[in-house]
Design a protein around this ligand. Structure first.
Ligand code: ADP
Length: 426
């Protein structure tokens, strides 16, 4: 890192007021998985507006041949690379951002802060957090709760710190938004000691997305955030639904792990827990096989036998595949039941919000979910829904007692904004 970069970072984040003098700051947002790093470099003009300068993905980290996908505007580049570990992948990512004809910065010194998506913050983290040694120790303590997700997140944090030792890092947690859920909603009815001693409880995930669309919905509805009640449906590869009261999460469908709740691409969502005992005792499966079956072989792909991708399942259903059609019916029916339950939990609901790849793009899923909810006050304009308009949309009829909104999510932009705000000391 060059010395001018250091002074720039110090200037940019020296005080809350320094935004104005510098004009902008560059925030790198990273999402580290076990064998991949997704990244986006944001230029933040005033802590609120965020332009993506470049984005990409390093995948197959640790394999003989890794690959980088790098995107600047409409230009995309895909190259085979050597990334034996995450630190090497981080180096490649910075090189892609800073070198060659498509460079968007002149060197790592132009990166002012790094925002990390962290899956599990357990009960320690109720908000995004600037990362220091104590935060790293707390994240290590969360590993037993998220053994698949938190270790690669920590690896990414360590790689960023090693390569850019003077650049501040911020952790943005999938669980944080749900830390306002009260015990009657987050406790499972199992022996209380399991919570007291082992922190076994509902945590909920996708919090950054649910928070983003909640804040956006309050603006669309022209309501103060602390008087906004919404049910937010994040429907992507993973799916979850959250009941939000006064801008705060009060219940959510994912549980101690992201397996509980809605039907997802490869995950079953809710099942009778005794199903696991049966698979082990009667079908002779191992614990790992049951884990794999419920997390990777169930959901849309398990029922349809076609794909975990809603586009493929939809196409197959249209071609007459009855199991694909059934998978879609189960998907919508499960979501509809949750909406009913959360409407009861909230009492007053201002809007139902759809987001995520499926929520934003699949009108038949929105219709399949909302058909029959009219007596509860959710009245969809089905023709308008079918036209699938882009961007933020109100799909309810003019006289619907409750609004039905589509709000494209922006988890990475939210991470960039949190990072810029926290590092600026705001
Ligand atoms: P992730 O959870 O990995 O961020 P996304 O939010 O991108 O995933 O959502 C991925 C899901 O969105 C996939 O099931 C995909 O099929 C679905 N999807 C994307 N576009 C459409 C579309 N036009 N119609 C139906 N489903 C879609």
């Amino acid at each position: 890192m060059n010395s001018s970069g250091r002074s720039r970072a110090t200037r940019a984040f020296g005080s809350a007021a320094s935004y104005g003098s510098e004009g902008h700051v560059n925030v790198l947002v990273v999402n580290c998985g076990s064998s991949s790093i997704k990244y986006s470099l944001y230029r933040m003009a005033n802590g609120e507006s965020a332009d993506v300068l470049a984005s990409g993905l390093v995948e197959k980290i640790g394999e003989a041949v890794s690959r980088i996908h790098h995107k600047v505007g409409e230009a995309r580049e895909v190259r085979d690379v050597s990334a034996p570990d995450h630190q090497a992948a981080f180096g490649l990512m910075i090189k892609a951002l800073a070198e060659g004809p498509a460079a968007v910065i002149s060197g790592p010194g132009e990166i002012d802060a790094v925002g990390h998506r962290v899956v599990h913050g357990a009960e320690q983290f109720t908000h995004s957090q600037r990362i220091d040694d104590a935060v790293i120790r707390a994240l290590e303590a969360c590993v037993p709760l998220a053994p698949l997700h938190n270790p690669p997140n920590l690896t990414g944090i360590r790689a960023a710190m090693a390569l850019m030792p003077n650049v501040p890092n911020v952790a943005v947690f999938d669980t944080a938004f749900h830390q306002t859920i009260e015990p009657h909603a987050f406790l499972y009815a199992v022996p209380y000691e399991l919570y007291a001693k082992h922190r076994i409880r509902r945590y909920g995930f996708h919090g950054t997305s649910h928070r983003y669309v909640t804040e956006k919905a309050a603006k669309v509805l022209k309501r103060p955030l602390d008087d906004t009640n919404v049910i937010t449906c994040h429907l992507g590869n993973g799916c979850s639904v959250t009941a939000v009261s006064g801008g705060k999460s009060v219940d959510t469908s994912m549980g101690m792990t992201p397996l509980e709740g809605l039907v997802m691409g490869t995950r079953s969502g809710d099942v009778d827990p005794a199903l696991a005992f049966h698979l082990i005792r009667a079908l002779g499966m191992s614990v790992d096989q049951v884990d794999n079956l419920l997390n990777r072989k169930s959901g849309l792909v398990g029922v349809s036998g076609v794909s975990n991708d809603m586009r493929e399942v939809t196409k197959s259903a249209k071609d007459g595949n009855e199991r694909a059609a059934l998978a879609i019916r189960i998907f919508c029916y499960r979501l509809k039941k949750y909406i009913g339950a959360y409407t009861a939990a909230l009492g007053r609901v201002d809007a139902l919000v759809f987001t995520g790849g499926i929520g934003e793009n699949a009108p038949h899923i929105r219709e399949g979910t909302c058909r029959g909810l009219e007596p509860m006050g959710y009245c969809m304009d089905y023709a308008r829904n079918a036209s699938n308009p882009r961007g933020v949309q109100d799909l309810s009829t003019a006289d619907s007692p409750k609004r039905i909104l589509v709000i494209p999510t922006d988890e990475e932009g939210m991470i960039a904004r949190d990072t810029a705000r926290i590092v600026a000391g705001q």
